[in-house]
Design a protein around this ligand. Structure first.
Ligand code: NDP
Length: 356
């Protein structure tokens, strides 16, 4: 029998590439947890996925009710769950407090909110996944595949904030002491640190939360259940839909910049192999780890086959941006290093999902 993996946001970019990669092995049945049925079906067909290798189930992570319905629909299939990939995300790079940048030229746009009223990047990228992980934990526990895995997408800023190139580009992630979260993350509050809204920072903050979630899941459940919780940075996949709201000029120049200057560029196909390796390759099965890939050329290789560990270059931030590293749970840096804050995030998140 095939193993079953759920991938959120599998209708485009990295999620689709990993779904395709895993389905093609013949070993995995992929549940594509997506908010747009039509788009997901079309994407799967265009990617050449065989009909008996996947199923699209509706899941809008920006609605706690939708996440609950998704879990019910998954249970109704009667399948086991062997791996869960929390991949979906939104990014609003041009959304600032209205008028903060040259009004008219860069028309500022205020925050958007989820069905439950929480700031949308926080809700879709993190809170929906928090609820999903909680609701599916028992299924992962019951998996006969050892180890069952839960993989949560991070990004450079989430672990190395301010310490290497990717983490130095403003606005820098800052969740603070979750002052905004304590207030409920509902309008007029829009940022975790309760500061003024900035869409690019909201994305980075949500990714810090994703890595904190991985750490907290590991701390709470790994020893007891054997489930492996990991996070990763797949390299800079500069051409995905993540950048769909960025200025056209940026969308045009961004891939070339990462191909030629930072060397962090990675194709969707290669990034999909990296994520698929986190799901099924035994080399990426140390719970609590954060796997950080670099660019396409030789640094990390397909699924890390030629993985080059590069810890010696810890201080060489420019080089590090383009090389593969594994950070053990104790090496994860930035705000996600703070265990007390990880616990606080968990407790406050529980309150939010209970209330909705
Ligand atoms: P894409 O925009 O291509 O994919 C994001 C996916 O998330 C889409 O399928 C989208 O659905 C889905 N999604 C968004 N909101 C929701 C929601 N409310 N409910 C359900 N699904 C939703 O971006 P990427 O493939 O680049 O991003 C995938 C992951 O990789 C993200 O977690 C991102 O943070 C991470 N990442 C990406 C990097 C990059 O360079 N691109 C670098 C580092 C990390 P729809 O198709 O309907 O819009």
């Amino acid at each position: 029998d095939k193993k079953t993996v759920i991938i959120t946001g599998a209708s485009s970019g990295l999620g689709l590439a990993a779904a395709k990669e895993l389905a093609a092995t013949g070993d995995w049945y992929v549940i594509m947890a997506c908010r747009d049925f039509q788009k997901a079906e079309k994407a799967a067909k265009e990617a050449g996925m065989f009909e008996d290798s996947y199923e699209v189930l509706h899941c809008d992570l920006a609605s706690n009710r939708s996440v609950r319905h998704f879990v019910d629909a998954f249970h109704a299939l009667g399948r086991p769950l062997d791996a869960l990939v929390c991949n979906a995300a939104v990014y609003f790079p041009n959304a600032h407090k209205p008028g903060i940048f040259l009004p008219g030229l860069f028309a500022g746009e205020g925050p958007r909110y989820s069905a439950d009223g929480h700031e949308l990047s926080f809700a879709a990228n993190y809170l929906g996944h928090f609820l999903l992980c909680k609701l599916l934990l028992e299924d992962l526990k019951r998996s006969t595949v050892k180890p069952a895995r839960c993989i949560i997408l991070g990004t450079v800023t989430a672990t190395v904030n301010g310490a290497e190139l990717g983490g130095m580009i403003p606005p820098i992630a800052h969740v603070g002491n979750f002052e905004g979260l304590e207030k409920g993350m509902k309008a007029p509050v829009s940022m975790l640190d309760a500061h003024e809204f900035n869409g690019a920072k909201a994305y980075k903050d949500s990714k810090v939360c994703d890595v904190m979630l991985m750490k907290e899941l590991h701390r709470r459940y790994h020893n007891e259940t054997g489930i492996v919780f990991t996070s990763l940075y797949p390299g800079c996949i500069a051409e995905t839909g993540l950048f769909r709201e960025h200025y056209p000029l940026f969308q045009h120049l961004f891939p070339a910049f990462h191909k030629s200057v930072t060397k962090a560029y990675v194709s969707q196909e290669e990034a999909g192999k990296r994520l698929a390796a986190c799901v099924s390759d035994e080399r990426y099965a140390t719970s609590g780890s954060y796997y950080s890939w670099g660019g396409e050329a030789g640094t990390g290789g397909s699924g890390g086959k030629d993985a080059v560990e590069n810890k010696d270059k810890e201080l060489d931030w420019f080089m590090n941006y383009g090389s593969f590293r594994t950070l053990s749970i104790d090496e994860i840096g930035g705000e996600a290093a703070d265990d007390a804050r990880c616990r606080k995030l968990w407790d406050l998140s529980e309150r939010l999902v209970q209330a909705s």
